[in-house]
Design a protein around this ligand. Structure first.
Ligand code: HEM
Length: 311
């Protein structure tokens, strides 16, 4: 379903998602560390506030699922919800099937939460970096003019040929993802069995967080991690240089399932934006800083910029 940009439901939903992400701190938060707090001090621990917001998204998702149920047609599978509903029907006689209502709402919630805030925060930071590093912005635009030209949009060819040539642009996106690290602690995982990792014992049931921030800002590895320098991702022969320490989408079995979609969205939005507009400081407000809001994800604080059409 595609929302109109001024659809109030979309505006509300994005606002709620943003607030929820700010309420949960990267280490899992006080509530995750001490779950009984929700009974002892629901208001002061932030539980009531979080649940009020989450319930609004749950209600929205439940309504969406109900609408799918009413208009369900086994011969026309429209999306993931339809497929899940069909699977629920086929597996309803099996014991312990995980195809049930609660799982479906949780799945939608995961995709909705993980998919919207992450990509939009990265794009928000991308605009901010271009504002603060005008020389990088100009180089991206020069590359776009050289490789795409001015009579069509980037990636308007279906073979995605543009992406192969826009190497500096890709390196800039990678450097934004490294420097901003919008998911600084990834997502909490739990050890399924007693594990020894590099001499450290991790007992079964322990919550494990990976500090993506430390990886992306390690001085010994990167040399000058504080410096915003897209060239670090370009090798001597001009190709993109992959780096094992660069993992904005996590690693292993539980790495981000939306990585391909996210990369395509970032590339398409960022290239189209810079192809069509120059991003300049607003004359009414001071140049913003890179300091963002904390939470499960980092997000830029609201800032003003001027978008000037290039043609
Ligand atoms: C720039 C955009 C994005 C970034 C930086 C990002 C980053 C991440 C990270 C760091 C993780 C944790 C991986 C780990 O624990 O090892 C994750 C997990 C996840 N992401 Fe993303 N993500 C992005 C976009 C998306 C999108 C577009 C979707 C869905 C449409 C999505 C869905 C998920 C889901 C469902 C998980 C949990 C996977 C699991 O636990 O098995 N993400 N993401």
């Amino acid at each position: 379903h595609r929302f109109d940009l001024d659809d109030q439901r979309l505006v509300d939903l994005l606002d709620i998602v943003h607030k929820c992400f700010r309420m949960i701190d990267p280490s899992g938060g006080l509530l995750n560390q001490m779950p009984p707090l929700r009974f002892i001090a629901p208001r002061h621990s932030g539980y009531t506030n979080l649940m009020t917001h989450l319930n609004r998204i749950w209600n929205f998702l439940r309504e969406t699922i109900d609408d799918h149920r009413k208009s369900f047609n086994a011969d026309n599978m429209r999306d993931l919800i339809d497929l899940f509903l069909r699977e629920m029907e086929t597996s309803k006689c099996q014991n312990n099937s995980s195809f049930e209502d609660l799982q479906l709402v949780s799945l939608c919630l995961d995709l909705f939460m993980a998919g919207s805030e992450t990509t939009s925060n990265t794009l928000g930071f991308a605009v901010l970096y271009m504002l603060l590093y005008p020389q990088v912005q100009r180089r991206v635009q020069d590359e776009l003019d050289r490789c795409v030209g001015t009579d069509r949009q980037p990636l308007s060819r279906t073979d995605a040929a543009d992406k192969q040539h826009l190497r500096y642009l890709e390196a800039v996106l990678m450097e934004i993802q490294r420097h901003a690290t919008i998911a600084p602690s990834g997502i909490p995982h739990k050890a399924l069995k007693n594990t020894v990792l590099m001499g450290h014992t991790i007992p079964k049931g322990t919550t494990v967080l990976v500090s993506m921030w430390s990886l992306h800002r390690d001085v010994q590895h990167w040399g000058d991690p504080e410096v915003f320098r897209p060239e670090r991702f370009i090798s001597g022969n001009g190709n993109i240089k992959q780096d094992d320490w660069f993992m904005p989408f996590g690693i292993g079995k539980r790495r981000c399932i939306g990585e391909t979609l996210a990369k395509a969205s970032l590339f398409l939005f960022f290239s189209t934006l810079l192809h069509n507009f120059s991003i300049l400081p607003s004359s009414e407000s001071p140049l913003p800083s890179l300091e963002g809001y904390d939470g499960v994800t980092l997000s830029p604080k609201p800032f003003s910029a001027k978008l000037i059409p290039r043609k």
